[in-house]
Design a binder for this molecule. Structure first.
Ligand SMILES: [Zn+2]
Length: 333
């Protein structure tokens, strides 16, 4: 049974039923999430459950669609008040054909026609995008990056993903799989990267998986990234070394990213960031400011995600609204 959180449309006085709404779906390696989001970015309902990717794509897609249906029911809206569906997933994916091609966070999910399945289930237009690109869209449209023109988003959780906004627009690359900021190299002869098979990627040092792995190698036993952060806060020498190596690598990668894009704002999200906050951001902010080329280093503010645990569904909704707006431009232009 899935618990669906709902906001009371009457009690909050927002008159939200008159607004347009979209359903946002987020396919993570550990969690599936669904939420109905209005055009101001308010989350009307939110539902989440374990992905259980090992049960395979058929069952996983069914459970995702069912989660979406419960979010629609939880929002207390008539089905015709939902205009579109946005789906965010880890890549690689083929957005134009609506396929999850071979996402490493979903072993065995090859060429899954997620868009066609969702279109059939909801009878609505469906868009698919990389989850970190979608999260960047959400932060840019409704969150920490609202009002900025040049923004970079980095999500640090099991892996590390990125999204880029240039001149107020999302940058997606030639096939929609660009912006992989987690695979910026911080040591070209460094640790193996599970996400891409190369060596020394940012992800191979700062992901939650890597923090835990480096802590194990340093003799801390079977610990999580959040255990390492807590032990570092309480003065444990080994934990502090592991943590310092984490902030060093993040500052190194971010400095390259800041030099490359000269963003006004860098937004950091994901479980590792929300669990540690300034313990991570403080030293990173200081080093990027000291090491990045000027004036880029001084221009870039580094802040935490404003959308928190809703970033996946709000991001997926943001790409659905973005697509609807671009279709309007074509139709009316
Ligand atoms: Zn990599």
């Amino acid at each position: 049974m899935t618990a669906v959180e709902s906001r009371d449309a009457v009690a909050d006085g927002s008159g939200s039923s008159a607004r347009s709404h979209v359903l946002g779906l987020d396919i993570g390696g550990t969690k599936l999430a669904a939420g109905v989001v209005d055009e101001t970015g308010q989350v009307r309902s939110f539902a989440v459950e374990s992905t259980r990717a090992e049960e395979g794509p058929e069952r996983g897609v069914e459970r995702l669609l069912e989660l979406g249906r419960s979010a629609v029911r939880g929002a207390g809206l008539a089905p015709e008040q939902i205009q579109a569906v946005g789906i965010g997933s880890g890549g690689p994916l083929d957005a134009a054909r609506g396929l999850l091609t071979a996402p490493p966070h979903l072993p065995g999910w090859r060429d899954v026609p997620i868009v066609a399945r969702a279109e059939a289930a909801f009878g609505l237009p469906v868009v698919l995008d990389n989850d970190a690109t979608a999260a960047a869209a959400g932060e840019h449209r409704y969150g920490a990056g609202a009002g900025t023109s040049h923004m970079v988003y980095l999500t640090i959780s099991t892996g590390v993903g990125g999204g880029i906004v240039i001149d107020g627009r999302l940058y997606r690359g030639a096939t929609g799989n660009g912006g992989e900021l987690g695979h910026v190299t911080v040591d070209c002869a460094g640790r193996p990267c599970r996400g891409c098979g190369r060596q020394g990627c940012l992800e191979a040092y700062v992901s939650g998986t890597s923090i835990a792995e480096r802590a194990r190698e340093a003799g801390m036993g079977d610990v999580t990234a959040s255990d390492v952060a807590a032990a570092a806060r309480s003065g444990d020498t080994v934990a502090r070394e592991v943590w310092d190596a984490t902030t060093d690598a993040l500052a190194c990668g971010l400095t390259s990213i800041v030099n490359l894009f000269e963003p006004q704002l860098v937004v950091l999200g994901g479980g590792v960031v929300s669990g540690t906050g300034e313990q991570l951001l403080g030293p990173v902010r200081e080093r990027v400011r000291a090491e990045a080329m000027m004036p880029a280093g001084a221009a870039a503010q580094i802040v935490e995600s404003a959308l928190g645990r809703h970033v996946g569904v709000v991001g997926a909704a943001a790409i659905a609204y973005e697509r609807a707006a671009s279709v309007d431009v074509v139709a009316h232009g």
